[in-house]
Design a protein around this ligand. Structure first.
Ligand SMILES: [Fe+2]
Ligand SMILES: [Fe+2]
Length: 316
């Protein structure tokens, strides 16, 4: 009897559904939590249950009136969302393209769920800008205009890995680097907007939860590839170093271009936001906006090195 018949006979004898049998070919990176069934259980039925466009309409306060009325606050609110949209749109395009050249069934199905997550993130942030009266045309212009030269270089290098159809490099770029960066940034933004717009904080929270899952896949997949091949380890290590430098450039450019605006807006709302604690025990009121962005960059770099350690890499 061949193996297939033996397995079928066993299942028949037990007269029970065989949940021990893998439905995709087993992969070393796969712990069984990356399929559509898990997606339904963790996302649709749990993190997003009873939300509409990412937040629970009935028990969350609407945005503070100042977000409409104060032109400066209105501008930085939109700047934040436009920056998120750049990353989310890049993810929609990149991840959906990668579905076509994923190396195994489990990865392909996971990426399909991720593409859907990214599409949802993109839509909920677009919706929030529309809620504030922004037309799709104005939104597209703003999303394009907020990109600094350094962001363009960073995004181009990510896009290049997908265009080359180099799956390992593209997963490193999207699911370890870009998503890993979103992680501390979203954590910061959830707290930053928690008083002025708790609904936005909830929307970001929903995206954050997904990004954590996407990063987990990226780490598991890359760790296995690095373990199997020294050549891959060297290639990943080179690319990781290049990305690390670009991430710092992106933050420096944000400080240079936008920090004045953020500082001015924060000064006006210190009575509402001043006691929010984002970095350890420090209240926002005790930190300048520049201090905050530099602390955030430190967190991004620390998380990044932690992540590289998890996948078995150290940058010297
Ligand atoms: Fe996303
Ligand atoms: Fe993501």
């Amino acid at each position: 009897m061949n193996e297939q018949v033996i397995e079928e006979t066993k299942a028949q004898e037990k007269n029970t559904l065989d949940r021990e049998m893998a439905h995709f070919s087993p992969e070393d990176w796969d712990n069984g939590t990356f399929g559509v069934q898990t997606w339904l259980e963790r996302t649709a039925w749990k993190t997003l249950s009873s939300t509409e466009y990412g937040f629970s309409k009935n028990n969350v306060a609407p945005p503070n009136q100042a977000i409409w009325e104060d032109p400066l606050l209105n501008q930085i609110y939109k700047l934040d969302l436009a920056t998120f949209l750049n990353a989310e749109h890049l993810s929609v395009e990149g991840i959906s393209a990668m579905v076509g050249f994923a190396p195994d069934e489990g990865s392909q199905i996971f990426l399909t769920t991720q593409a859907f997550d990214e599409a949802r993130h993109f839509e909920v942030f677009c919706r929030r800008l529309a809620d504030l009266g922004m037309t799709p045309e104005a939104r597209k212009n703003m999303v394009n205009a907020v990109k600094t030269k350094e962001m363009r270089t960073f995004f181009d290098l990510i896009r290049e890995q997908v265009d080359k159809k180099d799956y390992i490099a593209a997963i490193l770029a999207h699911n370890v680097i870009l998503e890993g960066m979103a992680y501390p940034v979203y954590r910061y933004e959830i707290k930053y907007w928690s008083r002025l717009d708790p609904g936005l904080s909830q929307i970001i929270q929903g995206a954050f939860a997904d990004e954590v899952h996407h990063v987990t896949y990226g780490e598991s997949f890359i760790r296995e590839q690095i373990r199997k091949s020294v050549k891959t380890r060297n290639q990943v290590s080179r690319l990781a170093r290049e990305f690390s430098g670009l991430m710092t450039d992106v933050f420096e450019s944000v400080i240079y271009h936008y920090i004045g605006l953020y500082q001015e807006a924060a000064n006006s709302y210190i009575d509402i936001m001043g006691d929010i604690k984002i970095f350890g025990n420090k209240r926002i009121a005790e930190l300048t906006e520049e201090d905050q962005v530099r602390l955030l960059l430190e967190e991004v770099q620390a998380e990044y090195h932690k992540r590289l350690k998890t996948i078995g890499l150290t940058l010297d």
